[in-house]
Design a protein around this ligand. Structure first.
Ligand SMILES: Nc1ncnc2c1ncn2[C@@H]1O[C@H](COP(=O)(O)OP(=O)(O)O)[C@@H](O)[C@H]1O
Ligand SMILES: [Mg+2]
Length: 268
């Protein structure tokens, strides 16, 4: 298939995974900030049905892939009767529900399917999401805890999966379980890296051993940041956090490491 990207380079895919409440959406938003600042054309995919990413990014999503799936599946569907070919119509619809801003685009997956066989529709939707992806240089996925969305992907590799965890033994064990789950999927992961979030000074001395025991590779730690709580309370988008906010500085360091590793891989 033809790609819209010069030189036929596919988009880099970064997936942010982890248990609910660990900070996937926060980390995704902060990574997006730096990707956008670097001039990447970013498509953010909100794959968590309990979606809070749009509000965190300060945008509104009214329709999701879940809605399109229901439309296609509904008995009164216009998809198979209109004069426009079905594939064009689906592509058009996905483009239509993608929220576009000067800094990024956002596509929400919405709820997962109800009972019934949606495999064919899902395959079709995936095909068109992949097509849409080729217009972007980076795809950033805010995953749901169970990785269902990723597990349905069969066509593309994920360059980097970040597993976010709080700084506790139990949290890190869960992160390791998610990383093993990912390794069992039929997807190639370039790298799976651990991000410890909401880290306080108190726990830092104990983290080294816990991380070693988990077998995961730590890319960075993000401190507990009172600005995030304040912004969330007021409903202010996290993209507007001050540049010197603790979590912003920490995610910047993680971002720089990711870029450095990415360059090393593509140079070799
Ligand atoms: N580094 C941090 N400092 C302070 N609060 C944080 C931090 N990271 C996340 N939070 C808070 O933790 C809660 C869960 O974060 P969220 O990103 O929504 O988690 P997830 O997407 O994994 O469910 C939110 O209320 C958020 O404000
Ligand atoms: Mg979330």
């Amino acid at each position: 298939m033809m790609s819209d990207i010069p030189g036929d380079r596919r988009a880099k895919i970064i997936a942010v995974a982890g248990k609910g409440g660990t900070g996937k959406t926060v980390i995704t938003s902060l990574l997006l900030r730096f990707l956008a600042e670097d001039g990447e054309r970013v498509l953010v995919i909100d794959a968590d049905p309990a979606t809070s990413l749009p509000a965190t990014l300060g945008v509104k999503v009214t329709r999701t892939i879940g809605d399109v799936r229901e439309e296609i599946a509904s008995p009164s569907s216009v998809f198979f009767s209109e004069s426009m070919p079905t594939d064009m119509l689906i592509e058009y619809r996905i483009d239509e529900i993608t929220v576009k801003t000067p800094r990024f685009s956002l596509l929400a997956m919405g709820r997962s399917e109800g009972p019934g066989c949606y495999c064919l529709i899902n395959d079709m939707l995936r095909h068109f999401i992949d097509r849409l992806s080729s217009r972007y240089s980076t795809i950033l996925i805010d995953c749901e805890a169970g990785l269902e969305h990723l597990s349905r992907r069969t066509t593309q590799d994920v360059d980097t999966m970040l597993v976010v965890s709080d700084a506790t033994r139990r949290g890190i064990d869960t992160a390791a379980a998610i990383a093993y789950l990912a390794a069992d999927l039929h997807i190639n992961f370039g790298q799976i890296l651990l991000v410890l979030n909401k880290v306080t000074d108190k726990v830092i001395p104990m983290l080294d051993d816990m991380v070693k025991a988990s077998g995961l590779t730590l890319i960075g730690m993000v401190p507990e940041d009172e600005n995030i709580r304040a912004f969330d309370l007021e409903g202010k988008p996290l993209l507007e956090l001050p540049e010197d906010s603790k979590a912003v500085v920490a995610v910047r360091a993680i971002y720089d490491k990711l870029i450095a590793v990415g360059d090393a891989v593509s140079d070799s």
